[in-house]
Design a binder for this molecule. Structure first.
Ligand SMILES: Nc1nc2c(c(=O)[nH]1)N[C@H]1C(S)=C(S)[C@@H](COP(=O)(O)OP(=O)(O)OC[C@H]3O[C@@H](n4cnc5c(=O)[nH]c(N)nc54)[C@H](O)[C@@H]3O)O[C@H]1N2
Ligand SMILES: Nc1nc2c(c(=O)[nH]1)N[C@H]1C(S)=C(S)[C@@H](COP(=O)(O)OP(=O)(O)OC[C@H]3O[C@@H](n4cnc5c(=O)[nH]c(N)nc54)[C@H](O)[C@@H]3O)O[C@H]1N2
Ligand SMILES: [Mo]
Length: 811
């Protein structure tokens, strides 16, 4: 529905949280934003599990913690780096796991370097990395060379150790404001509990170092052997209702459904695409093209590959940058479905100046949200606005059939309970009408550029049914027209003979609508609930579960057995579906060893290097491996997470003052007077923004519900008692919060929940403000996004909503 602010999912699931012995909840306030998490966390707590919460504020989640640490926003990598260092120095890691399931032994290219805050390959002009030196040493057959021992100077393990040797507890304290003794307490608690689960959401992702922060979690969980285990994992708690489903369907500009990379302008042919992205993706892309273009997609015409739009890989086209493009006049029309940018986008003035540049704006929503009535905003003269605005009233979730995919990858079907009000329509019906009308306008055209619209397989009938769409995602045998029964059937079929609208959903409706299942049997007692709905891929509930077994294929945790190699029957069996290349390939075969089959090298990456290989993950029709190449993903800002200060920060980077913030982050410059960066002299305090239980996101729905408005009537600024005394205000007084970009006037809430702290010995303050208000609705209020900064994470495109510099004074 709405712009997604991240990818990923839980490696495990909601009920699996009850299996953990310890939780690190850092960057999530799940008690308020994902209350269902607490149901399962509390079950684990009843068994004695411990909870660690790291947050700039003492939240309702923090009130449930055994250890709480208050952190300066945007500095998690510093204390996480110290924990990595502590694990390595004290040999607290899971030795077998590290050797068997990670790339610890792999030798890194001699050209790789990290110096003064920069990885090798930095191009200062383009502010980009050339990534050639971030690879493994390779043998003649292109296989990575492995060291014999972890201590080999070229090994990933040694590189990791060297990189994090700078991260001692005291340095981490100086950066984060968390006392060194507390960081050590967190490290000791975390490393002595097994399995331990990590939960995160926006507190980690809303930064210009967001992806690398999550990579720290990956490194820690791989070192501790917590991935692929019940009660372990890295659990991304997703946001919007069905944001998981919408990212699965690729609502990001550089994705196609099923997390396939989108073609870029350099991919002239399907072959070019496969060379760049790996031939193991051939099956998935061709099946997608078959779903979209049916019989029109043939081998001879590259399966209509050139019907796909291509993006310019030199240009970041994520949400924030789209508003820059609207400002430059690059769009005439915008279809805005289920999103409220005039509240939710950072540095709102950019959106405010962009909207009137559109000739037409179509908004589909439940309520007439701010974005739909931008021309009515106080201070705007409607007679000067030439944009034609059309509002399409949308049916709500209860008024339509369909699925919602939760963070645990469970695709859950629901039936409509009510008829839509008045003229409201489900989005599916709106898009169906729109497509049919557009197609009729192109009918008879001989212009080749119109072919994709004319050739699309759009066979949902007179009134489209959500089930038919789900079946398209499941996929068909294109010869017989039958639904594909399972993921395995899809994987076995020859390229071009099958279709799937989203390959990871294969099997969801193959044997009836599995998403509608509500079987609550849990024979293992591990909360797998494999007869409740359908989890992608292939109804596997815990990803990478091959790693829950030892090298011989037997479960390492006798209390939490997920899968095992059944030697008598020659098959991977178990309580969960086995996440393996081939269920009949045992632990003594090359395929049967791979716990991370989506990576070309088949192991978890402590060092996210560059590697392209022939490890086959997709068998062909005759069961023989396709000798294709598999290309692994990399992070644009480096193969190892490094601590960089936020773009606006109260401190210099102590590790490398000359490269203080992430070197490949660029400040947008479309509107130089609006897109400014502030300095710490004029704006000495750190602002962080967050959600509240009583409102939802931009508040389009919740600010129109009187009871919720009574509970949470207006935005406020949480400040410490010290700061209140310093600026001479009392609880409830009005304050002005300003940044280099804008200002708001709201009440302050003087609280113990935020404490003053020191950064490099300097007293520092965080100010917390919830963000769910705008000028419209039953209950208008100031938007803190007037103040926030529009810089983005260079890999994910997520804005740095969680920290910028501000000043505060009595209003
Ligand atoms: N009631 C309600 N539920 C919601 C939403 C809502 O608006 N209201 N929104 C939904 C959506 S779209 C999403 S994405 C999720 C969001 O769910 P959460 O991520 O839980 O949401 P936030 O409150 O934005 O941020 C979480 C916490 O991160 C902390 N934080 C800020 N900066 C940092 C940092 O640098 N490090 C660390 N460790 N923590 C930091 C904040 O203080 C906050 O307590 O919730 C979803 N659920
Ligand atoms: N400062 C600051 N800004 C933030 C954040 C933050 O933490 N701090 N969080 C960010 C995050 S995580 C997110 S996800 C974004 C969210 O930003 P937006 O997506 O712009 O905001 P929402 O309010 O979630 O917008 C969803 C809209 O969809 C409408 N809607 C609901 N159901 C339907 C439906 O079935 N059909 C249609 N057509 N419409 C429907 C709702 O009424 C609502 O207006 O905001 C981001 N902005
Ligand atoms: Mo979100």
């Amino acid at each position: 529905m709405s712009p997604s602010f991240g990818r990923g999912a839980m490696t495990n699931s909601w009920p699996d949280l009850m299996n953990a012995e310890l939780f690190l909840i850092a960057g999530s306030n799940c008690a308020e934003n994902h209350p269902i998490a607490m149901r399962w966390i509390n079950k684990a707590k009843e068994r004695g599990a411990k909870v660690i919460v790291v947050d700039p504020r003492f939240t309702r989640t923090a009130s449930q913690a055994d250890i709480f640490a208050q952190i300066r926003p945007g500095t998690d990598i510093a204390y996480l780096g110290a924990i990595i260092n502590y694990i390595l120095e004290n040999e607290l890691y899971d030795h077998d796991y590290v050797l068997n399931y990670t790339n610890a032994l792999y030798k890194i290219s001699k050209d790789f370097q990290f110096k003064d805050g920069l990885f090798s390959g930095f191009d200062p002009e383009k502010k980009k990395y050339k990534t050639d030196s971030w690879g493994y040493q390779l043998d003649e057959s292109n296989k990575p060379v492995k060291a014999l021992v972890l201590t080999d100077p070229d090994s990933v393990f040694s590189k990791l150790k060297e990189h994090y040797s700078r991260y001692d507890m005291k340095t981490a304290e100086n950066i984060t404001g968390i006392p060194a003794s507390k960081i050590k307490e967190i490290a000791d608690a975390f490393c002595s509990a097994k399995p331990a689960s990590i939960l995160y959401a926006l507190g980690m992702t809303h930064h210009t170092t967001g992806v690398q922060g999550i990579r720290c979690y990956g490194i820690i969980q791989l070192l501790m052997g917590n991935i692929g285990k019940a009660g372990g994992g890295i659990n991304a708690l997703r946001g919007e209702p069905n944001v998981q489903g919408s990212t699965d369907m690729a609502n990001l500009y550089n994705n196609l459904p099923g997390y396939l990379p989108a073609p870029s302008h350099s991919d002239k042919t399907l072959k070019d695409y496969l060379v760049r992205n790996g031939s193991n993706r051939e099956k998935h892309l061709v099946s997608l093209l078959k779903a979209w273009f049916g019989d029109k997609a043939t081998k001879e015409n590259d399966y209509c590959f050139n019907y796909l739009p291509k993006y310019d890989s030199n240009v970041n086209s994520s949400l924030v940058r789209i508003w820059d493009a609207v400002n430059k006049g690059q769009f005439q029309m915008m279809l805005n479905i289920g999103s409220n940018s005039l509240v939710s986008v950072p540095n709102l003035e950019v959106v405010r100046q962009a909207l009137p540049k559109l000739e037409m704006l179509v908004v589909s929503d439940l309520f007439e949200i701010e974005t739909a009535q931008f021309w009515r905003e106080p201070g705007v003269d409607p007679s000067k606005i030439m944009t034609e605005v059309i509002f399409l009233p949308a049916a709500f979730v209860y008024e339509k059939d369909g699925t919602l995919t939760n963070s645990g990858r469970w695709v859950q079907w629901k039936d409509a309970a009510l008829k839509p009000l008045g003229e409201c329509k489900p989005d599916l019906d709106m898009l169906d009408l729109l497509y049919k009308r557009v197609k009729s306008l192109y009918e008879g055209s001989t212009n080749p550029k119109d072919r994709p619209i004319l050739d699309a397989r759009w066979d949902y009938g007179h009134e489209p049914k959500a089930l038919k769409v789900l079946q398209e995602l499941n996929g068909y045998d294109e010869t017989s027209g039958e639904l594909l029964p399972t993921l395995a059937d899809y994987l076995k079929a020859p390229v071009g003979s099958v279709s799937t609208g989203c390959w990871i959903y294969a099997g969801v409706t193959g044997k009836g609508n599995l998403a509608a299942r509500r079987g609550d049997a849990d024979p293992s007692g591990l909360g797998l609930f494999r007869e409740w709905s359908f989890a992608w891929p292939g109804n596997i509930r815990i990803l990478y579960n091959r790693a829950s077994c030892d090298a011989q294929g037997q479960p390492v945790d006798p209390k939490r057995k997920l899968i095992w190699w059944d030697a008598a029957k020659n098959v991977w069996a178990g309580n969960d579906g086995a996440d393996v290349v081939d269920k009949t390939k045992g632990p003594d075969t090359p395929e049967g060893k791979l716990a991370f089959r989506m990576n070309p090298e088949g192991v978890g990456r402590l060092f996210a290097g560059k590697y392209t290989s022939g490890i086959p993950t997709t068998p062909s029709a005759d069961g023989k491996p396709v000798g294709g190449v598999n290309v692994g993903g990399i992070c644009n800002d480096g193969p190892l997470p490094e601590f960089y200060e936020p773009v606006e920060s109260p401190a210099e980077n102590i590790f490398h003052p000359n490269v203080s913030s992430n070197p490949i982050v660029a400040m947008p410059k479309t509107l130089p007077d609006v897109q400014k960066v502030g300095n710490r002299k004029d704006y000495p305090y750190v602002l962080t923004t967050y959600g509240v239980s009583e409102h939802f996101c931009a508040g389009g729905i919740t600010r129109n519900i009187p009871m919720l408005n009574e509970l949470m009537p207006e935005p406020f600024a949480e400040i410490s008692k010290n700061l209140a005394a310093k600026i001479g205000v009392q609880d409830g007084d009005r304050v002005e919060i300003s940044s280099a970009r804008g200002k708001v006037e709201i009440r302050c809430l003087v609280t113990d929940r935020i404490q003053s702290y020191e950064v490099h010995g300097q007293p520092t303050e965080t100010i917390g403000v919830p963000w769910s208000w705008g000028f419209a609705s039953l209950n208008p209020g100031s938007s803190i996004n007037e103040v926030t900064i529009g810089v983005i994470d260079p890999t994910a495109g997520t804005p740095e909503y969680k920290c910028c510099l501000v000043n505060i004074r009595r209003a």
